[in-house]
Design a protein around this ligand. Sequence first.
Ligand code: FES
Length: 512
Amino acid sequence: MIKRDGYQVSLWQDSVPPYQSATPAHTNSKYDVIIVGGGITGISTAHQLQKAGKHCLVLEANTLCFGTTGGTTAHLNTLLDTPYTTIRKNFNAESAAIIAEATASAIQLIKQNIRDYQIDCHFEETSAYLFSQNESEDKELEDIADASIEAGLELRFSKTIPVPIPFTRVFEVLGQAKFHPVQYVYGIAKAFERIGGHIKQDCRVTGVEENETLTVQTSNGSFQCTDLVYATHIPPGVNLLHLRCAPWRSYAMAFKLTDDNYPEGLAYDMKDPYFYYRTQIVNGEQYLIAGGRDHKTGEDINTEVRFTELEAEVRKHFNIAAGSYRWSSQYYESADGLPYIGHLPGHPDHVYVASGFGGNGMVYSTVAAIALRSLLTNEETPVSKLLNPNRLKPVAGFKSFISHNAHVAGELISRLFPGEKLEELSALARGEGKVITYEGEKIAMFKDDHGELHAINPVCTHLKCEVKWNGAERSWDCPCHGARYNTEGKVLTAPADMDMQKMQVENLATAK
Ligand code: FES
């Protein structure tokens, strides 16, 4: 089992051991490219660049697939969360065709990699089914079908769907796929190391100095490189992308069924947010995987209820056996529905980013790897042109900083707070958290399973928004740009890279 960015256990992360890197402990400190982030985007990009002749290093703050790659539901689609109707409206028909082609090529590259490196990740090509359940959804479904066909998808209306759910209309898209995302990433990581690439885990990037050469400071010393890629979902520092990417939480569950009605194919309804279903074999066992009940990060503190609602929806249609996996995960929605891949705004020369993948991170990770390989080898393609992050209009007076924490005061709070009073005020059950106000001071309180209180300053170290409690994952989540922290205030996910301040509480051990 590998560590993850939350309290729940994901099917993927539970079924594999932590990645063992073959990179020697002492490596050269000068690289052509450093890639920050060891999820599917970082590893796929590093592999593509190393193959193109660049000497690459991946720096991962935890272990490979600690974050969203280990928390996805792993659909590989050209039928995207942002429908082709929206892409056509926000951009044009030609752009929709470019995206359809780019995502199809990404699935083909994943398939090719699996074949070339003999990666055992239960990859399976299959169809995706989008189904409507009332008249107004029928109309929307037809519009999406028209735009998808125009963009180049192989699509046909169908009379059946692979899930036992009532529907009015449905279309089937061919050439989609599914796999075990962590096993795939491990296979690519091994291939990358075999051709000379380096991976450092438990190595958090704490700053970057931009001179002629970039100097990357980390928790394990500094490294130099010519180019840097942030594959951290959202870059650290302060950037235009923080204003244009909204963090969302998505919920997933994996069930064993009491019968054998595991669906073939990928199925999506048209609710907002939508529910989706698929089957996966993991370690010889079949699972029905369902997802949905998404919401903006920090918008709902009663996140446990999301699992209850998701399970209730699944129970309406399937015979679920006892015991299941459940986990949630984070993704970023871009302002116009397409990812930002290319030069980090404000850093036109040697710093790159891949962000804003929405719910299609599995396929966009490989679109990013291909696009970044082109850009870093001086080739501009229609995809890299379309997804250029600098398509954003600059905001007047907005300055872009890459210096990770320079803008945040790191002083410790010296005040000692009375445990008993806080205990009374917060009235927490074990396993619960809450932000309370005591004598004008806000305190993020958590009571652990032993009854001990943990208190931290609820100010996010990225840009000082107040964090919100996430009950299901037992984390403090920032609603502004999606940074997340554990109950001790340690950073779980970007854009923050500095832990929150602990607050001193008197009689902590006796507060029950
Ligand atoms: Fe930006 Fe918290 S993530 S203020």
